[in-house]
Design a protein around this ligand. Structure first.
Ligand SMILES: [Zn+2]
Length: 411
């Protein structure tokens, strides 16, 4: 399985300007190629092939207007063309219904919140004996290695985020034997209900809230946003406040990702089979619940659960929305009708079980997936268990499965 490992990098002032130039060149090549294809489309001409774009790129480097493209690694420019191809493929596949709809490729701007360049193996990048990241035409960049890479990476993407931080994101192949050793088979199974009152409720009665470090980061973000709203438009102080908001945003995203990693790793470690209700987030997002749905970041969490299940040989089930999880007694299976959201607990009229709304839902999710969980979990009183310290660390994008690439900006 291919995974991404990201580490913070600290380029020097000179390296930062080389990186800025590289980001700029990659952007120009992308935009030039997009324009060529869009012009052809407007003129009713056939789709311009990748080979043709590559040929034009080589030719344009010999023109005075684009000679400066020669100052950066040619590999990142070729990769920029690849990104454009991916963006078109996603767009066309979306139209054909092969994947979720994506917008057409759009022109990149230096004001985009994320800038990136990618080096493949043939670019001649490497990790030096001193532990630095050697990038062609940029230099040896200092890396904060927060954990070990499981194998030699094939490509590296260098990213600058909205908060002005730099990251190196490596694609590595995982070792199935090492993974099995790291996470031996478990015998438990679990159903998970993702909710608003709690982040997640498990079929064994465990209720999990977002951790304090995430709530603290969210509070700081709100404060930074308030500061920004008070600044006069166009003022220097407003620019400063905007950077502050971007930093606070980045911290919230990092904290949330870390929480998702810790929790998903723990659930996969402890269970051989995991069932989650299919989110249908899009349906919910149109309601007044929209904000909390997005904040909870359920789909990012479920994506993590799913690929970790694949990686560690666990069964992963998604149960459909058609199962009315709050209407059915998880103990005896009798359907006794809908209950208003305010009803958190009730007694089943058929079997007399005292049911907790969220836990009952989690047990029903597990049962819908055919998992054998003990229904008595639904009757357990709330217990608060903090997510266990896990492997996640504080890296921005660890463990992202490259198989789930979407959109243009996510490399
Ligand atoms: Zn019952």
């Amino acid at each position: 399985m291919q995974l991404r490992y990201a580490f913070r990098v600290y380029p020097s002032a000179g390296q930062r300007s080389s990186l800025a130039r590289s980001f700029g060149c990659a952007r120009v090549v992308f935009n030039d190629a997009l324009r060529v294809r869009e012009d052809a489309r407007a003129a009713g001409l056939p789709f311009v092939t990748s080979a043709e774009l590559s040929k034009r790129l080589t030719a344009s480097k010999k023109t005075p207007g684009r000679a400066w493209l020669g100052e950066v690694s040619s590999v990142i420019l070729q990769q920029s063309l690849r990104d454009l191809d991916t963006a078109y493929r996603n767009f066309f596949d979306g139209i054909r219904g092969k994947r979720p709809k994506a917008g057409p490729p759009r022109f990149k701007s230096r004001r985009d919140s994320r800038q990136a360049i990618r080096f493949t193996a043939n670019a001649g990048w490497r990790i030096t004996d001193g532990g630095k990241l050697r990038l062609p035409k940029i230099g040896d960049v200092r890396v904060k290695w927060s954990r070990a890479l499981p194998s030699v990476p094939s490509t590296v993407t260098v990213v600058q985020d909205a908060a002005g931080r730099y990251f190196a994101s490596f694609v590595v192949e995982t070792d199935p034997a090492a993974d099995r050793e790291r996470m031996p088979a478990a015998d438990a199974t679990v159903g998970i209900d993702l909710g608003l009152a709690h982040f997640a409720v498990l079929s064994d009665g465990t209720k999990i809230d977002s951790p304090k470090f995430l709530r603290r980061a969210e509070k700081k973000l709100k404060k930074a946003q308030r500061v920004l709203s008070r600044k006069v438009k166009g003022s220097k102080n407003r620019d400063k406040a905007r950077v502050g908001v971007a930093r606070a945003h980045a911290r919230v995203a990092d904290a949330r990702r870390e929480f998702h990693h810790r929790l998903s790793t723990r659930l996969i470690r402890e269970n051989q089979a995991v069932a989650v209700e299919d989110l249908a987030v899009k349906g919910l997002a149109r309601t007044r619940l929209a904000k909390s749905v997005h904040d909870a970041g359920w789909s990012a969490f479920v994506t993590m659960l799913e690929y970790k299940a694949v990686r560690y040989g666990r069964a992963f089930h998604r149960t459909g929305r058609f199962e009315p999880t709050s209407q059915v007694c998880s103990d005896c299976g009798v359907k006794d009708g809908p209950k208003p959201l305010g009803v958190r607990e009730w007694t089943c009229g058929a079997c007399g079980a005292v049911l907790d709304r969220d836990v009952n839902a989690a047990v029903n999710v597990a049962k819908a997936a055919g998992l054998a969980v003990s229904a008595c979990g639904a009757q357990v009183r709330p217990v608060f268990v903090p997510a266990q310290r896990g492997e996640a660390g504080t890296h921005p994008k660890p463990y992202r499965a490259t198989v789930r690439q979407t959109g243009i900006t996510r490399l």
